[in-house]
Design a protein around this ligand. Structure first.
Ligand SMILES: Cc1cc2nc3c(=O)[nH]c(=O)nc-3n(C[C@H](O)[C@H](O)[C@H](O)COP(=O)(O)OP(=O)(O)OC[C@H]3O[C@@H](n4cnc5c(N)ncnc54)[C@H](O)[C@@H]3O)c2cc1C
Length: 441
């Protein structure tokens, strides 16, 4: 058996979100001689750290500094604007092509599509996915929403789900414009929303109060927002003293404190948290008019709302490379190994659960599986027989290097208004143009 540090495989990681960055870093540490390339369909790295994590949580986004070192100091290469597709087509690289030019390919493409509510009426105008909404607030170039749609939320909004993403959305809806100082929020979206702010938010959770999944800290943050009046409804009767699990007990305490502490007299927004209720259907003629929910005993209740925001998680895009490779979906989710030479990591492997640090632990496990395959010879290093270039010439020519991305990053910081950390470039063409202009400056 050879010293693993002497192996020099060529590894391509598809997806530059946290999982892709963490696994590239983990592989580099074990394989100092490997050539490691991280590609992303967007010209910019960092996935949902840039396009999901709330704009007013800049400290969470600071994880990008750690990722930055992987590309600037640890000789991991980046190629943005590189779409990996199921079948070969001009301007994109297929998974088969990548597998033919690298020893190993790691899929870290996440899960990009909002899971539909799955009840009648869930396609009515006014039903929004949380991913599309948070993407818009983060200036994702391909968010399915435009800023103007926030002017049409109406006075009364329902959110389905009480996870951390739902709480990010409540904060957005409830905070004043001034509360976004220091963020990188999409100002067009914020302006559109500010012109027509909502008056009430009904949040519906299938779980009883003791079983919801949001973090206590996130709930406590809501208590800092002025003008919010909070009430609790439904399955809230659990006796806090009987909850054995400390995390759960802290969460229940935080929710009860929130309801007890929130402003009563000068409330701008009513926040009603409903526990133990399921959405049954969304009703309306042209667009949403009502959300019908059912309680545990089956009793139905109708909430008059003009919009419904679903915050129930994510799914693979239909044409996503992972979704179309049957073996990937069928392969054992407990392992990152699809077969020696093809691996998956992060949300693509575990489903849309878990925080950024959880992807780090996940990346370490999958990196260990790759190292084990190299060590046993299950993954053969064919590096010297492989074509010289990892990407087809037309794809490589149109790609964005890490230096190009740093030029876009500088531009976004330099053009930011005083009370923003950056003004994100929203269009992919504009990002490419900024990178080219800077390269020739
Ligand atoms: C709205 C929201 C808020 C969140 N807030 C927090 C938070 O505050 N704190 C926290 O710890 N966690 C948060 N999370 C969770 C965290 O973002 C995820 O755990 C993490 O981003 C998952 O990482 P990933 O790399 O697996 O996927 P992603 O971050 O989705 O990265 C996938 C990458 O793959 C690229 N890609 C996809 N398909 C292709 C393709 N065919 N070809 C090339 N590239 C492709 C994408 O462009 C993307 O860059 C949040 C999640 C969401 C949705």
């Amino acid at each position: 058996m050879t010293d693993i540090a002497q192996h020099d495989p060529r590894i391509v990681v598809v997806g530059a979100g946290p999982s892709g960055c963490f696994i590239a870093g983990a592989l580099r540490r074990s394989l100092p001689r490997a050539r490691i390339l991280v590609v992303d369909q967007l010209p910019c790295p960092f996935g949902l750290v840039r396009y999901g994590v709330a704009a007013d949580h800049q400290s969470t986004k600071n994880i990008t500094r750690q990722f930055d070192r992987i590309f600037t100091r640890e000789r991991v290469e980046f190629a943005g604007n590189v779409s990996v597709t199921r079948t070969a087509r001009p301007g994109a690289v297929s998974l088969d092509q990548l597998r033919a030019s690298a020893d190993a390919v790691v899929l870290a493409t996440g899960l990009a599509a909002d899971k539909p509510l799955g009840v009648p009426g869930d396609r009515l105008a006014g039903v929004l996915g949380s991913g599309a909404l948070t993407g818009l607030l983060n200036s994702h170039p391909e968010s399915r929403l435009v800023a103007e749609s926030l002017a049409e939320l109406g006075d009364h909004v329902a959110i389905v789900g009480i996870g951390n993403v739902a709480i990010d959305i409540i904060r957005f809806l409830a905070k004043s414009d001034a509360d976004f100082a220091g963020s990188d929020i999409n100002d067009d979206a914020l302006r559109a929303y500010s012109a027509a702010r909502v008056q009430s938010i009904d949040v519906c959770s299938r779980s009883p109060i003791e079983a919801v999944k949001c973090d206590a800290q996130m709930v406590r943050e809501l208590a800092q927002i002025s003008g919010l009046r909070v009430s609790l409804h439904g399955d809230t009767g659990v006796d806090g003293a009987t909850i054995g699990d400390r995390t759960q007990a802290a969460r229940v305490a935080a929710i009860r404190d929130l309801a007890a502490s929130a402003d009563a007299d000068d409330a701008r927004i009513e926040l009603r948290l409903h526990f133990g209720v399921e959405p049954v259907r969304v009703e309306g003629a042209e667009r949403v008019e009502r959300l019908v929910t059912a309680e545990r005993d089956g009793a139905e209740r109708t909430i008059a709302v003009e919009s419904v925001i679903s915050a129930i998680g994510f799914a693979a895009e239909e044409d996503c490379i992972a979704g179309t490779i049957g073996e990937i979906r069928r392969s054992d989710p407990a392992s990152g190994r699809i077969e020696p030479g093809l691996y998956r990591v992060g949300w693509l492997r575990r489903g849309p659960r878990g925080t950024i640090p959880e992807n780090r632990a996940d990346a370490m496990c999958v990196a260990d599986e790759i190292i084990a395959d190299l060590t046993t010879g299950a993954l053969e290093t064919k590096t010297h027989e492989l074509p010289e270039e990892l990407l087809p010439a037309d794809v490589a020519d149109a790609s964005i290097s890490y230096d190009d991305w740093l030029a876009i990053d500088r531009h976004e910081r330099e053009t930011a208004p005083d009370d923003r950390t950056r003004a994100k470039v929203r269009s992919i063409d504009r990002m490419l143009a900024v990178a080219r202009e800077r390269a020739h400056a």
